[in-house]
Design a protein around this ligand. Structure first.
Ligand code: FES
Length: 121
């Protein structure tokens, strides 16, 4: 799947990146916003927008499995919390960025400015 460009990216605002119908439960959708590759995820009826790279070897997280609110990297098994990007299992030891996502009736919108990192990261 090829990441798609977002029309009219601007910082600190939400931008429509996909139709809601493009992302069903348990699925992922790579998009690009403001030069960043972002992976949209739907897990347990919640929507998430996370950086589409693993902090271990900078490989794509697309194709990783969802387990208990985390995405498991398809390469070496590192786990990241979908909500805040915190690393939950090695071999990665740094978290990943997560982005605010807005779910409207027909669209998914993402803010180009990621959530602030936790103080202990
Ligand atoms: S690239 Fe993700 S765990 Fe190694």
């Amino acid at each position: 799947m090829t990441p798609r460009d977002c029309v009219n990216p601007m910082s600190n605002q939400f931008h429509v990146v996909a139709a809601k119908s493009e992302l069903s439960e348990g699925k992922q959708l790579p998009v690009e916003l403001d030069g960043e590759e972002i992976l949209l995820c739907q897990h347990q009826n919640q929507y998430y927008a996370i950086a589409n790279y693993c902090s271990h070897d900078r490989l794509s997280l697309e194709g990783g499995t969802f387990e208990n609110g985390c995405i498991v990297c398809p390469y070496h098994g590192a786990e990241f919390n979908l909500e805040d990007g915190a690393v939950m299992a090695p071999p990665a030891y740094e978290g990943i960025k997560t982005y605010p996502i807005r779910v409207d009736a027909d669209t998914l919108s993402v803010c180009a400015t990621p959530h602030a990192a936790k103080p202990d990261e």
